[in-house]
Design a binder for this molecule. Structure first.
Ligand code: CA
Ligand code: CA
Ligand code: CA
Ligand code: CA
Length: 370
């Protein structure tokens, strides 16, 4: 859990360190933070040099059929290209830049603006993943290993089955993850399914696989989460992206990712009533006095009786076959008795103007009072 962004919000212009001098009187030593742009330029050279001098085990992955079951066991291993270990003919990672759409492996550069600097985030995609897209407002579960450029591991969650989902965007007291991690992971997709092996382990199928290379400005910068990370160090995250789950911070029944469909977090689009609370943390989005939770319809299906859902796939198939046009899939809940409950949501638009009631202040139908 060290990945979480405990220290980041307290970052300010100065770091204050405490020390004692010989006279045993106390004094504060003020250490100036380094210039962000200068650090970024150094980090960029370090990352680019790494990508030019290292390769990954691409020969162990079947790129002709990325859904080949053998690929599900693949883990990226990075190593130095060197005549000393006979790897001088390996393809450096940097060669996968500027691949045509759909060609893998690929190295993409995503430009991420933070504190007035446009940072290059490097994303090596071995496989994008065949499952669901991930929103920055989701929680996501993954196996990962975080390292610094010399290969030292500072954090890892290797066992996929033990993977607790990480909340990606900090909200209130709930920690998120460092920006480079969030911006990288949303470029992948989840697994499509999993199988349980006879030894109790789980094999995920068709999950996203890759590595995120981030400058320290998108990581911990001067305030690393652990002493294993030097100040201002780039961070690398070797990933398998397993699953996503909804968050619902304002408890209005609408998953956060549906409350900012364009994903750009601009106030104009995402704060419908202009009260400075963006929709995903506003329990009355249109400010009409009716709580959003009373302007939508939450439904549960458990098919009780003879035809209970006996698997997630069965519940999902039921949704796909029976859902109304304005009904959203929310999630499938596993019950203690081994059956599954399907949760869905209907978002009404009584006056049919394309604006749902909860975003339409001219419609004040309160479904709780009906
Ligand atoms: Ca919500
Ligand atoms: Ca609002
Ligand atoms: Ca309302
Ligand atoms: Ca409407």
């Amino acid at each position: 859990m060290k990945l979480r962004k405990f220290l980041f919000p307290i970052l300010s212009l100065l770091l204050v360190t405490f020390s004692c001098n010989d006279d045993d009187t106390e004094e504060f030593v003020i250490v100036e933070l380094r210039d962000s742009q200068e650090v970024y330029e150094e980090n960029l050279i370090e990352i680019q040099t790494y990508l030019e001098t290292h390769y990954f085990n691409y020969e162990d992955f079947d790129f002709t059929d990325n859904t080949n079951p053998a690929n599900n066991d693949f883990t990226v291993v990075l190593d130095t290209i060197s005549a000393d270990n006979g790897t001088q003919d390996k393809t450096p990672i940097i060669d996968y830049l500027n691949q045509a759409d759909g060609i893998y492996p690929r190295l993409d550069i995503k430009v991420v603006e933070q504190d007035d600097i446009d940072y290059n985030l490097y994303i090596l995609k071995v496989r994008e993943g065949e499952g669901d897209s991930i929103s920055p407002l989701d929680a996501a579960a993954m196996a990962y290993k975080g390292t610094i450029p010399d290969g030292t591991v500072f954090d890892s969650q290797i066992g996929i089955e033990a993977g607790q989902p990480f909340n990606l965007t900090p909200v209130g007291d709930a920690a998120g993850v460092v920006t480079g991690f969030k911006e990288g992971i949303v470029e992948f997709k989840t697994s499509t399914n999993f199988t349980e092996n006879t030894d109790g382990t789980i094999t995920y199928i068709n999950h996203g696989i890759g590595v995120i290379f981030m400058p320290s400005g998108l990581g911990y910068f001067a305030s690393p989460s652990t002493s294993t990370i030097p100040q201002y160090s780039p961070l690398f995250f070797n990933l398998k992206v397993i699953s996503r789950s909804n968050t619902d911070w304002d408890l209005d029944g609408i998953p956060s990712h549906l409350e900012h469909p364009d994903g750009d977090f601009t106030e104009a689009d995402d704060d419908t009533d202009g009260d400075l609370l963006v929709n995903f943390i506003d329990n009355d989005d249109d400010g009409d006095g009716v709580l959003t939770v009373n302007e939508v319809i939450k439904l549960e299906y458990d098919n009780d009786g003879t035809d209970q859902f006996m698997s997630k796939a069965e519940a999902k198939a039921y949704f796909d076959a029976n859902a109304a046009d304005d009904e959203f899939f929310i999630y499938i809940e596993g019950e203690l008795d081994g059956t599954f409950t399907l949760h869905t949501l209907i978002i009404p638009d009584d006056n049919n103007d394309g604006i749902p009631n909860y975003l339409d202040s001219s419609v004040t139908t309160n479904l709780e009072e009906e």
